[in-house]
Design a protein around this ligand. Structure first.
Ligand SMILES: [Mg+2]
Length: 261
């Protein structure tokens, strides 16, 4: 498939559209061209710690208009998964207040203490995590199904620094319980399935554009979706050459990608 055939671009944000608080050069023009060509884009993030309003405000500040429907998070995909594949209503959630709100709005009961009613443990990127929550989670993970919104080990920050992400918490829980979660976010098929179903798209309609090999590009590579690596974020060409994960297209940034759509 050529890039001209893509109907909808699935766009990673950090490292692809912006870096920290700075818009990547040419990103606004790239988004404008997508619309001008009669195509669509959806911003896609594995980060389940923030609500969509936070992303909308961040994009708006950089001069990019975005609505609720333009943003899809691993939290959305997890809600989709639970509703489609399970009957669980009562969940123990490791998550921020905004993720909790999203689950409550979607009709789940978020249980906060030990309870015989807990049917499932859901782990999000919980920047409000406490030892108590981890302890309760470990106790229930030994008994009930366990789902994680995404797999990332670190969340990139400005200046080349990192915040430990959910992958590090998954490792903690595995050390205690021996259990691993069902993972929903990029690069997993559940994330893709949730997006395609929610926006009424086919695999052949979309291309995944991102800067991270083991999530953005792996999703395309594993699931047969066109993938576009941009070298404006965390991956260098040397990293790519050392990896087994292959991208269908590679550009320095979306500025160069713009010329091919
Ligand atoms: Mg990224």
């Amino acid at each position: 498939m050529t890039l001209k055939d893509v109907k909808c671009f699935l766009l990673d944000m950090d490292g692809t559209i912006y870096l920290g608080d700075d818009l990547i050069d040419g990103a606004r023009e790239f988004l404008g061209k997508i619309k001008a060509e009669g195509k669509e884009y959806i911003f896609l993030t594995n980060n389940s710690s923030k609500n969509k309003e936070a992303y909308i405000q961040k994009l708006n500040k950089m001069g990019i208009n975005a609505l609720d429907k333009d943003i899809f998070t691993s939290g959305d995909a997890t809600i989709y998964y639970l509703k489609k594949y399970t009957k669980f209503k009562n969940i123990f959630l490791l998550g921020t207040p905004s993720l909790e709100e999203a689950f409550i709005e979607a009709g789940f009961n978020v249980i906060k203490e030990r309870s015989a009613d807990i049917e499932c443990v859901v782990m999000g990127f919980d920047t409000t995590l406490t030892y108590e929550k981890l302890w309760i989670a470990c106790d229930y993970i030994r008994e009930v199904p366990y789902i994680a919104t995404h797999p990332d080990f670190n969340c990139p920050l400005e200046g080349g620094k990192f915040m430990p992400d959910i992958g590090a918490m998954i490792a903690f829980i595995k050390a205690s319980t021996g259990k691993e979660p069902v993972v929903i976010g990029k690069p997993k098929e559940y994330m893709l399935e949730a997006i395609l179903d929610t926006y009424n798209l086919e695999k052949g309609d979309v291309a995944m554009v991102g800067d991270r090999l083991y999530t953005d590009i792996k999703m395309g590579y594993d699931l047969g979706v066109t993938s576009v690596l941009v070298l404006s974020g965390e991956t260098t060409m040397d990293d790519y050459n050392e990896s087994e994960i292959r991208a269908d297209y590679i550009f320095d940034s979306v500025k160069e990608l713009k010329e091919e759509i």
